[in-house]
Design a protein around this ligand. Structure first.
Ligand code: ADP
Length: 319
């Protein structure tokens, strides 16, 4: 191969820029030319691309978001649209494509690879919920952002003797809620992987209060329950005063943490090395602390759920 394309797709995540930089500079190091595709798969249809050289990706490693922009492109689910994208990639003389994004973006990459375009996917999403990897770029930054916010909210909760309910992202997976809950010493975390039992939550909160706990933190993943419903339930079923913070998009932004920037660089190297070695159509991942490339077809059977022990432990330690 002599030329690769790179795009970011789906929800943006801190560290995507570090991955764009890593892919571009490592590919150039290996003698390849690099074309950046703007706004994900959308850019392949609207023909928005830009050649990337070393300097074009300068001063971005520390920035959140993605310099290539990102998009959700529903048309891309159709084979005809995928074929149009493929034609455009051929026209640009792109031999292989690096996709940086989440599960959906990986399916898009897989669709292109089925049509004959070699692809690799670099996991980039704050949710940490991708097949073929135990870690996705952006997760650590997001957990740290939630932790900082919880610590600020905790000051107020403590002073006012309150229960602070904090709703975080995670429609299908509770990684952010669990890890932020563990790190912040939450009383409870609610995750989509477990049935939500608000009655026993209230019993625990009331018991803690009786035992002179001055404030309680409850971290709720949006996919487990609506934060406002949790607050209403606590208010209606206990004498406690709950308040709600919905963190929203702050969780997606900001400079990547050291860990995210480092992993983005390592994933980038593995992605380019895989393409050069001809072992493409795979997802890059971290498995047992090793950076590996797993074929899409095998990755489908490689799902890493939340740590059940950590889930128990949060509740034991939070009392
Ligand atoms: P993420 O990559 O963060 O999971 P999405 O699920 O929104 O985000 O997917 C991003 C984009 O990937 C979609 O807008 C679409 O263009 C493409 N995509 C998602 N699923 C598929 C699929 N099954 N086939 C082809 N393309 C897909």
């Amino acid at each position: 191969i002599t030329k690769i394309g790179v795009l970011t797709s789906g929800g943006d995540a801190p560290g995507m820029n570090a991955a764009i930089r890593g892919v571009t500079r490592y590919a150039i190091q290996k003698g390849l030319a690099v074309e950046g595709i703007v706004r994900g798969y959308e850019g392949l249809l609207s023909h928005e691309t830009m050649p990337l050289n070393r300097r074009d990706v300068g001063e971005i490693i520390h920035r959140g978001g993605t310099m290539l922009r990102t998009a959700r492109c529903l048309e891309f689910l159709e084979t005809d649209t995928q074929k149009k994208a493929l034609d455009y990639l051929h026209k640009l003389e792109i031999d292989a494509l690096v996709v940086i994004g989440g599960d959906g973006s990986m399916r898009g990459a897989q669709a292109l690879s089925r049509l004959g375009m070699p692809t690799v996917t670099i996991p980039g999403t704050i949710d940490n919920d991708m097949m073929g990897t135990q870690y996705t770029v952006g997760f650590d930054t997001s957990v740290n952002t939630v932790l900082e916010s919880v610590n600020k909210i905790r000051d107020t909760a403590f002073s006012h003797d309150r229960v602070a309910v904090i709703e975080v992202m995670g429609r299908h997976a509770g990684f952010i809620a669990l890890h932020a809950g563990m790190a912040s010493g939450a009383e409870a975390v609610l995750v989509p992987e477990h049935p939500v039992d608000l009655q026993s939550l209230c019993e625990h909160l009331a018991e803690s209060h009786r035992m002179k706990k001055m404030s309680s933190i409850v971290v709720v993943a949006e996919g487990a329950a609506k934060g406002s419903d949790v607050v209403d339930y606590i208010r209606n079923h206990t004498y406690l005063e709950p308040n709600l913070t919905v963190l929203g998009y702050v969780q997606r932004g900001g400079s990547p943490s050291a860990y995210d920037a480092i992993i983005a660089g390592m994933f980038s190297q593995k992605a380019v090395d895989s393409l050069v070695a001809g072992t493409y159509n795979c997802v890059i991942g971290l498995i047992n602390n090793l950076v590996v490339a797993t074929p899409y077809t095998e990755a489908e059977n490689l799902r890493f759920p939340i740590d059940e022990n950590m889930y128990q432990l949060v509740h034991w330690l939070g009392r």
